[in-house]
Design a protein around this ligand. Structure first.
Ligand code: HEM
Length: 447
């Protein structure tokens, strides 16, 4: 298909760009494409992909005309595109997190914010959080039933929530308790509403949007008090939580982040980081309890200082049980050349992460759960993409990786996990992440 893109910018004359050349579109009525994507996303993408290959077009509710990409070379082009040409997907979580969220930013503003966020979420800073990850795991695991099956997902949710509240928000005492109460229902509601069309008003305080606004007011009050407390702390200059680091940091021009932006950004880190990490850990327990050899190797390694096999296992869980399906972008340039195709302005592009992780060209025997494929072999940057890619690649990837490593090591050091021959758990979509449907159920005994 070929047409010429006409780009209109307000009253300025139309500008013509490269002739548009769109990838194939399934011969399915528009509403069925939308329904399939909303209700049976993975199946729909898989079916269309089988017929049309690694790049095709769909009409999707909220995102509109969308190009789906499931090829590493094309994904690389999307991720590495000039950010003025290809920016963040619209709409996105910023609708509920606020204009100060990194999700709301593109181009130079986005680059500046990422520069500010990166140091507190990498290297030396993460080392300081390891003790928090271990403590939270031990606290949660203290009440695990012995010899009885239980779901790991909910305990993992509490561990990752507390870890972010302590490491990122620097919260403790009453602030920690208040945030623990407000945030989980807020995030659950917010992630459902984020993908719905935005109403022009909230329809009263009992409507979902009214309840979301009420949570936000309470959150802003607590964050305001927390910021006051952190700034008044005599140890402010040496504190290593992300909040203190953000309060102390400055942009290149010497300006600092506003309180509102800090509030939006902390909530962003939590919304993006808490359920995703917990869902992956839930899958870790689901997988390793069904693979005796893998579990035996992990147990042996946990008593040493090494983590090569644990890291390979985490990579394989993220490949085979991908929790975030898509990394989304929006075409801002008049046209964007993608392989042999030319995509016009206003289109969405979704890189289909789980689809890419099932490519037998990149991962031989993709249905096999096999951490060995990542032993002494780093996964390819644009084929294994659980954290997305390019300038918008997950800013919390290192944080999540170290947290998952420490949580798994701590559980293995303190508990024996029974293996099971039960069928694999199916996947359940919770609004943000894909989780094990029965909650990653396992049986443990204290060592
Ligand atoms: C296993 C856990 C996690 C997974 C699978 C995950 C996955 C992702 C993915 C796929 C993206 C989109 C990347 C793209 O568009 O190219 C993303 C973005 C993001 N993630 Fe994560 N994430 C995880 C943990 C975390 C944690 C722990 C944090 C914070 C501490 C975090 C904060 C963010 C933020 C702020 C963004 C937006 C980045 C931007 O737009 O510049 N994530 N994540």
């Amino acid at each position: 298909m070929s047409e010429t893109a006409i780009v209109r910018d307000g009253d300025t004359p139309a500008v013509s760009a490269l002739p548009v050349r769109l990838p194939p579109t399934p011969r399915v009525p528009r509403f069925l494409q939308g329904l399939g994507f909303s209700v049976l996303q993975e199946w729909t993408i898989d079916q269309i992909g089988r017929r049309h290959g690694d790049i095709f077009m769909m009409r999707i509710p909220v995102f509109g005309r969308t190009v789906i990409v499931a090829d590493p070379a094309l994904a690389k082009q999307v991720f590495m595109a000039n950010t003025d040409d290809v920016g963040n997907i619209q709409p996105n979580l910023a609708r509920v997190l606020g204009p100060g969220s990194v999700f709301a930013l593109d181009g130079t503003d986005h680059r500046r914010r990422r520069k500010l966020l990166t140091p507190p979420l990498h290297g030396k800073s993460i080392k300081n959080y390891e003790a928090i990850f271990e403590e939270e795991t031990l606290r949660e695991a203290a009440s695990w039933p012995q010899g009885q099956e239980f779901g790991t997902l909910e305990p993992m949710m509490r561990i990752t929530l507390n870890a972010i509240l302590r490491a990122v928000f620097g919260a403790d005492g009453a602030h920690l308790d208040e945030l623990r109460r407000i945030i989980p229902p807020w995030v659950t509601l917010g992630s459902r509403l984020a993908v719905l069309p935005m109403p022009s008003r909230t329809y009263g305080r009992f409507s979902p949007w009214g309840r979301l606004a009420a949570y936000r007011r309470r959150y802003d009050e607590v964050i305001g008090r927390l910021i006051d407390a952190v700034q008044a702390d005599p140890n402010f200059d040496t504190r290593d939580d992300v909040l203190a680091l953000l309060l102390r940091s400055t942009y290149e021009d010497g300006s600092t982040m506003s309180r509102q932006d800090i509030g939006d950004e902390l909530l962003t880190l939590l919304a993006a980081g808490h359920e995703t990490t917990a869902a992956t850990l839930g899958w870790v327990f689901e997988r390793i309890s069904r693979h005796r050899d893998v579990l035996a190797k992990l147990v042996a390694e946990a008593d040493t200082d090494g983590n090569e096999y644990r890291q390979a296992t985490l990579l394989e869980v993220q490949r085979s049980r991908t929790v975030i399906d898509f990394a989304g972008r929006h075409v801002y340039a008049p046209t964007f050349e993608l392989g042999e195709w030319v995509i016009p302005q206003g289109f969405s592009i979704l890189v289909a992460i789980s689809q890419m992780h099932r490519r037998s060209q990149d991962f031989p025997g993709p249905e096999r759960f096999d951490p060995e494929r990542f032993i002494r072999q780093r996964p390819s940057t644009f084929a294994h993409i659980p954290f997305g890619g390019g300038t918008r690649r997950c800013v919390g990837a290192t944080f999540a990786n170290v947290e998952m490593d420490v949580v798994l090591r701590t559980v293995l050091r303190h508990f024996v996990i029974d293996t099971t021959t039960g069928p694999a758990e199916k996947s359940h979509f919770r609004g943000v992440a894909h989780t094990p449907k029965s909650g990653g159920r396992i049986v443990t005994h204290r060592r």
